[in-house]
Write a protein that binds this ligand. Sequence first.
Ligand code: SF4
Length: 236
Amino acid sequence: MRELLLDIYQRLYDHFGPRHWWPAETPFEMIVGAILTQNVAWKGAAQAIANLKDRGWLEPGRLLAAPEEELAAVLRPARYHFQKAQKLKDFCRVLVEEFGGNLSLFLAQETGPLRKRLLAIRGIGPETADCIILYAAEKPIFVIDAYTHRIFYRLGIFPERARYAEMQAFFMRHLPHDAGLFNEYHAQLDALGHHVCLKRAPRCGNCPVLSFCKAATQADIRIAKSKTQKEMVQKA
Ligand code: SF4
């Protein structure tokens, strides 16, 4: 299984190239982005982050002190803006009151206690917590999202109904615990799920892992083969 997972990874990487995740200038910005992108496309979260920067609120103490109504208005592009304002404040409150506002100290905790503390904060679930652990704390934990489940279900590796913890344990069991690998693997799966393995009409003829896929049809394979032959003729 380890070889198969690494083979899938390599094909994705060769196809999409490095993804340079997470798109943030600082670990705090990364965490804010992970909370703001819940249930919304990244574009909306990015606009809300830009608004926070404009107001000078992208700092734990200032964000905590920001008036709630005004903060929610600034976060409007990320939708659910009142809830997200509350979530950001709850996270910043823990940081300021328990860690003196020192994010490095907070992130320096061992993975187990760090995850437990994150999950105890209202509005932070397993996916957001694991994104923070992987991309802000740079500790090796595999992040699962809807794309991961859809892709590995279609590949024939996961059942249709699989729990977050089971899917995460699967990757943690079979892959070397390397934060760089987990960082890039999750980003590659995001690219595949976002651009190719679409929910309603997957573009299997363009898929770099087509040959592994149980859900792909003979027609998909024929399309992919004819494309490859055309490319070979063009190159010749
Ligand atoms: S071959 Fe199609 S269904 Fe399978 S992973 Fe690729 S895009 Fe998804």
